[in-house]
Design a protein around this ligand. Sequence first.
Ligand SMILES: [Zn+2]
Length: 352
Amino acid sequence: MRRVARASVWLAVFVCGAVATAAAQSPTFDIYWVDVEGGAATLVVSPTGESLLVDTGWDTDDDRDAQRIVAAATEAGLTQIDQLVITHYHADHVGGLRALAELIPIVSCLDHGTNTEESNQRWVDVYLEVCGDKRAAVEAGQTLPFGPVAIDIIASDNRLLDTPVNGGGPNPLCATAERKTQASPENQRSVGALFTYGRFTFLDLGDLNWAKEIELSCPVNKVGEVAVYQTSRHGAFDDAGAPTHLYAIKPQVVVVNNGPRKGLGGTSPGFTEVSTAHYERIAASPGIEGIWQAHRSLLDPDPAHNTAAERIANLGETDASGGHWIRASASQDGTFTMTNGRNGFSQRYSAR
Ligand SMILES: [Zn+2]
């Protein structure tokens, strides 16, 4: 009897080990939020190895952001970027492009068009220098193939998709929606995309502002509910993160791509009043299970206005931060694991 029991234990160990190995090898849809200090650079890798980078961070003398993007690409096992999406022509989204193109091959580029504000024409020029012969504009409502992942273009060049996707429907929150006027024209032109892998969804709307979010959410929420949402405007929620939108898309996890002194806890351009309500608004989102931040906000370091340190990739000032990423690894059944590149802390989330 004793020997049988021992045999059963060994059998159980063997079976569990086999399952664990199979799980470790099953392909995942991976998303890296590269730390570009309050800019944007989100690297997505399909389960079959296709790669797409959304934005390229800032232009700095030491090519910091381009190097951090390449480091994340290397971590993901990539030797090239198959598709680059520039959401809009602002320095924090396209600044690192020229340096990046010298470090890693970029096969093709997508954009909202080549129109911009006069003050940002230089970024269109940089973009055309790198992507001029391999670019295309995307339109809202378009679907792009990306291995087994579907990409729905939600927004582009000031236009939004006509027909709801992802189970989107009437939004009862619209009755009491707070409305604001449109801000920076170039932010409104951002390319926004919904990535769907089986039951997992990820929404990245670039820097769409509050007024555009209301347009996207009222009277009908056109994007449904999502698993992971990347904050627009880097978490500077005076001018984005409208509750009417945020509380309708009901993200399980929110990733804030802020900098130590930009985005979450700070003021948006054109706003003078410092608001400390940004984090609290995210935390009050119905169904929220986790908030992850690229940086601890040094504008508003109150622990009540930041997530737990284990879910913050970079804790200090810019120079000491080390540029750690946050990663999501999602399975087709909708389960996903978030990992902090700084300390290896990870957390698994079940499909809703
Ligand atoms: Zn931005």
